[in-house]
Design a protein around this ligand. Structure first.
Ligand SMILES: [Fe+2]
Ligand SMILES: [Fe+2]
Length: 505
């Protein structure tokens, strides 16, 4: 906890700590509740646990067996994802992600059991199809798609392997089933990257279907001869085709329950018809314009280092929404007006400026923008220093270094590459605005200075940006800013009077 100049304790880090603690407590309680629900399901449907009930434990064995099985599956998933998370950069999962994946894996386990045990009981299907063929309907492709869309490709591969093992275990444990599930899950995940609309999602299902069908026909032929190959191909093809509609139905629920924002959701948020963007446009037009330029810069920076350009563009549009309540306090909205900070004390100015991050976070929650955008809003200034107000306060304070903490944003510092890119783009746009008709070399120098300052101030210490990434992002900023701020050719006035739409190209 920081100590302010007057001896009071600075409450900011405590607030952040409190929020993190309450979030962890919520996730732990949801995790325990989920484990209890799945233990109950294992008990209700754990037919294979019951024959072992004989012996000392007698009648209570099914309860103990169900809890033990839940523990074993949870251990497997935590070891699998824990190991990958330590060794693979893009698999570092938050508790929320782990909870989401466990929920999907357990749900798939029971769906697989339902498909294999319930569907063959339907009388008309029972007569037409051998029961073994129903494994080709286990909906793993839909689940693999969901994970790829909401998380990333590395996690989707890991999930596909873990979920295939669990589903194959639920569906009689034959290894050809495991091979089929691995194949169709991988095929679906591979075809559903960077999906930004429903049409492309449905197309991913259409492209997955033939792979599933072909795999099922090959496995059926290898292990059971020609008897059921057409049915196997048909069922597996249907499984691939319905993966996209199932994923489309589940995505909004997953986004709502776990705070994710898929690329489809991001595209919806990017529309200027969004009520919060409309407010920003009408109440703080200067901030809206600034956000659009930051979005263009951030999108180019993300594309240069293979981060997520769509997330960067959309999060940049919302990064300063916290200014809507008090737009006149921010320089981009003060064109042609008096600077209100001239009559405010530096301490008062500090409070108003710092509050836009907290207010932005509140609005992000109110308008349900999703955790990815909310986190970027919270981190877009990191713990950077309000230099100009600290300079203004200089005559009033005794020791500058001791007062620095009170003139810093509360943080946290950027934790993802996308948040870091937006922090740098935000500073670069604001600094470039003050240049009049700058030369490319001048812009390049400015961008380098901004990147170096953020790096030396430790603002990039918590994210996975390499020095090579920083250079690539800086170069793309220079390119975009040069294009945005290029000098217009001055056209001479004609004898007919001022310029009109007709004589300005
Ligand atoms: Fe800001
Ligand atoms: Fe900004």
């Amino acid at each position: 906890m920081n100590v302010m100049k007057n001896g009071d304790k600075d409450p900011r880090p405590a607030e952040g700590q409190e929020r993190r603690t309450s979030r962890s407590a919520r996730e732990v309680s949801i995790g325990l509740l989920s484990a209890a629900v799945f233990a109950a399901l294992f008990y209700l449907w754990g037919g294979e646990l019951h024959p072992l009930a004989a012996g000392r434990l007698g009648g209570i064995f099914p309860f103990i067996g169900a809890v033990a099985l839940t523990l074993a599956v949870a251990l497997f998933l935590s070891e699998w994802f824990g190991f990958a998370g330590r060794e693979v950069r893009k698999v570092r999962l938050a508790a929320r992600d782990f909870l989401f994946l466990c929920t999907l894996a357990f749900a798939l386990f029971f769906l697989a059991k339902g498909v294999v045990e319930v569907l063959p009981e339907v009388p008309s299907w029972n007569r037409a199809l051998p029961p073994r063929l129903f494994v080709y309907l286990i909906p793993l492709p839909a689940f693999a798609m969901i994970v790829r869309i909401l998380l990333n490709s590395e996690v989707a591969i890991l999930f596909t392997v873990a979920a295939s093992v669990l589903s194959a275990a639920a569906a009689s444990g034959r290894w050809p089933t495991l091979l089929f599930l691995l194949l169709c899950g991988t095929a679906a995940a591979a075809r559903s990257g960077r999906i930004q609309d429903r049409y492309r999602m449905l197309l991913a299902g259409v492209y997955t279907a033939p792979v599933c069908a072909l795999g099922a026909v090959a496995l059926e032929l290898a292990f059971h001869g020609t008897g059921g190959i057409w049915w196997a191909g048909l069922l597996a093809g249907i499984n691939g085709l319905i993966a996209a509609p199932i994923a489309l139905a589940v995505l909004p629920m997953a986004e709502y329950a776990f705070g994710y924002a898929s690329d489809i959701r991001l595209m919806e948020l990017a529309s200027t018809a969004h009520p919060l963007l409309k407010r920003l446009m009408l109440e703080a037009p200067g901030t809206f314009h600034h956000s659009v330029v930051v979005g263009t810069l951030a999108e180019a920076g993300a594309a240069a280092i293979h981060a997520n350009p769509l997330l960067c563009r959309v999060a940049a549009l919302f990064h300063d929404v916290g200014k809507v309540g008090k737009p006149q306090y921010f320089s981009e909205n003060q064109a042609g007006q008096v600077n209100v900070h001239d009559v405010l004390s530096p301490g008062m100015s500090r409070v108003v400026i710092l509050s836009h991050v907290k207010e932005g976070l509140r609005l992000a929650r109110e308008y349900r923008l999703g955790d990815r955008i909310a986190e970027i809003i919270e981190q877009h200034h990191g713990t950077s220093l309000l230099y100009c107000f600290l300079d203004k306060a200089q005559p009033l304070i005794q020791e500058r270094r001791a007062s620095e903490d009170t003139f810093r944003y509360p943080g946290p510092r950027p934790r993802t590459r996308e948040a870091a890119i937006i922090m740098l783009a935000d500073s670069a746009e604001a600094a470039a605005r003050s240049l009049k008709n700058p030369a490319p070399a001048e812009i390049d120098e400015l961008v380098t200075r901004i990147v170096n300052r953020a790096y030396l101030d430790g603002q990039l210490n918590d994210c996975d940006m390499t020095l090579r990434d920083l250079h690539a992002v800086g170069r793309s900023f220079t390119r975009v800013l040069t294009a945005v701020t290029h000098a217009r050719v001055e056209y001479p006035e004609t004898g007919k009077g001022p310029f009109t739409a007709g004589n300005v190209p």
